[in-house]
Design a protein around this ligand. Sequence first.
Ligand code: ADP
Ligand code: MG
Length: 753
Amino acid sequence: MIPPMPGAISLNTPIEDLHSFKIARLGQILSQKLAKALASQTHKKNSAEATVEDLLNYFPMRYEDRSRPALIKDLHDGVEASLDLTVTKTNGYAVRNPRGYGRAQLYIFEVYGIDGPMTGREVIVWWFVSGRRAYDIVKYYTAKLTRGVRFITFGRWEWEGRRTTFKLRLTNAADELEILTPTDDSEQSEENQPDPSLAAIHVGRRVPVYRKLGDFNSKRVREIVHAVLSLLNDKAIEETLPADLRHRAKLIGRSPALREIHFPPAEVSMADYEQSKSPAHLRMIFEDFFWVTFAIGLKRGQREKEVKAAPLRIDKNVKAHIASVMPFKLTNAQVKVTKQIFNDMQSSAPMNRLLQGDVGSGKTIVAVIAMMAAMENNLQTTLMAPTEILAEQHARSIKRLLAKTPYRVELLTGSLRAAEKRHLQNALKEGEVHACIGTQALIQEAVAFEKLGLVVIDEQHRFGVMQRAELRARGLNPDVLVMTATPIPRSLAMTVYGDLDVSIIDELPPGRTPIETLVFGEDQRQEVKRLITREVKAGRQVYVVYPLVEESEKMDLKDATRRYEYLRDTVFPKLSVGLLHGKMKPAEKEKVMSAFVAGEIKILVSTTVIEVGVDVPNASVMIVEHAERFGLSQLHQLRGRVGRGAEKSYCILLTSDKKTVVAEERLGIMAQTTDGFRIAEKDLELRGPGELLGTKQSGLPEFRIGNIVRDQEILETAKKEAEFYLAKPKSVVTAKMTARIKKDPRFGLAAIG
Ligand code: ADP
Ligand code: MG
């Protein structure tokens, strides 16, 4: 094979082929390893698909200014600085050997070093080495960091009076200490040796610091990126944004941006780099947001072109029928969203609307109104709930509401007997059932409708963008209303829900008493017991919730079960205590739930199955065990189970590690506010959008560098610009953009015509 000419490297060059460019000592094996690491980073199935572009999109996590390394004489206590040092000696010693035999499990490794001009007393760089291989690691560093070896290190220096010198503790030596002098290193392959001629990349300049990428540490990634960039012709980095857009948004070109985001030029502000506000960052963040919002816009345009069987007629008559079944006066917010929903239903394009409203804000009645409107138009409707418990509850209350109407409401769940199910399915096909309530298994199984007009998806806080596609694949194009109780911050809503119209119920029905939220430690269990006893004596009911973390489901289940037995037998022997968890058979669950609803069970111990929408107004206390393990939005959901009656309610967050700052900050928010939006904002800030929505289910595109909290302004500009181009679908520029986006597998738009 004739190797390609140097300089012929492009953004599309497969990483697996990098070895043919003879750069950064990347051989075939290492090129393959790098390709594999990048492929998994970018969720590509095949390492052959990893390209130079993916490598360049592996952005630094931070930067170090090594253009003028500090000298020992300049150090003072607490200063952050990088120093270029030479090893004088090392010292690795065991500090803990709990069992008194075998090898120690915790070592301290110290490197003593001096700077070139010897401006001060030798300093100590140290770190802990632990784990089963601790001894070997210490040996490895001892062999590597021999006297005379030059290294560079960065961090916060502290004055140690006892040893009258400065010390620096590393948290991750592999990333924070770089050896400049080549050493004999038997653990790494020949090819992975540092190259002395490359020292100029790592010192005397501002350098990027990367997260470890597979086997490649920050320094190796830096070398490879540097080599690739120096071979990449400016012309090979195609500009993807039109010149006038760049001018309007004041963005630098893609080529300089990609180069500078990795290697900051000498003249720009380092503070800007640290805060991701450098011109290079602004450009790459903008680009990131722009393409995602552009892709969402394309999807949306596609939907607006679809037509449903027939727009609805919602006249005075229909409205009067609906009004006749309303059990209470709607809140202003409910009236407002109902209008929005009616508008959609009366249009010829299918509705795709998200109804967002805090727990207890009264979404169900709005759904029922929409269902009534469809049924009044001789259309069938279905309401899908995330769990059987919730489906049953919806069926119960909707049947009650519609009792005086001619409409037939049925519950379809997995627990129906085969004959019953067949019967019901037939009735649906014949159009005899008007509203079918069930779990999502409903659409998974082949359920045929005669004339389906409206699908309501009550997802509480889970969000799935897939359902609609699934419905369409079945040849159905009904109106879709998705309800969620996770108040999505505006910034997130416009990206995640870009393809949906959003309605918000921002007002609670009248007559609610606020919930008092308390954060308690292990040592306050007696108080919790007193509170429970008092409330139960007053005739009220209590939830005790355990987290169920997927990885350790079995153990948690055991936890919950044991706790249930303990509460039943030891703590409250005179009260009836029930247990509810997801692993129980539907019939058992139903039995427990109805006993709780009927007030027979006073204390319900459960896993998070109750998180979703159960409505028991008499329950006034919610105890959450291991509250620190829940996300804030989830806690907010749980808390929404109480406070539904007129009595004062309590939410007790029990935590075993109250002391960690983060747990304290997070749980503190819960005590401070009951505003779901504020809580969601905080959750987003602390845990990121993936956690908030469950990235896996949400199908939301991941941003490479954009951060919707930090970069909100850029997001808004990018969205406006995307809309600007989308509004001119016939223009050459938009056509080019569209072609580009369809080719990008990230957006799954290939199928759109
Ligand atoms: P969520 O939005 O959490 O699904 P629900 O629809 O379950 O809330 O409503 C919570 C409670 O508030 C229910 O008991 C419901 O009957 C009641 N409710 C809803 N809207 C109103 C209203 N406008 N006036 C009085 N009570 C209402
Ligand atoms: Mg609900």
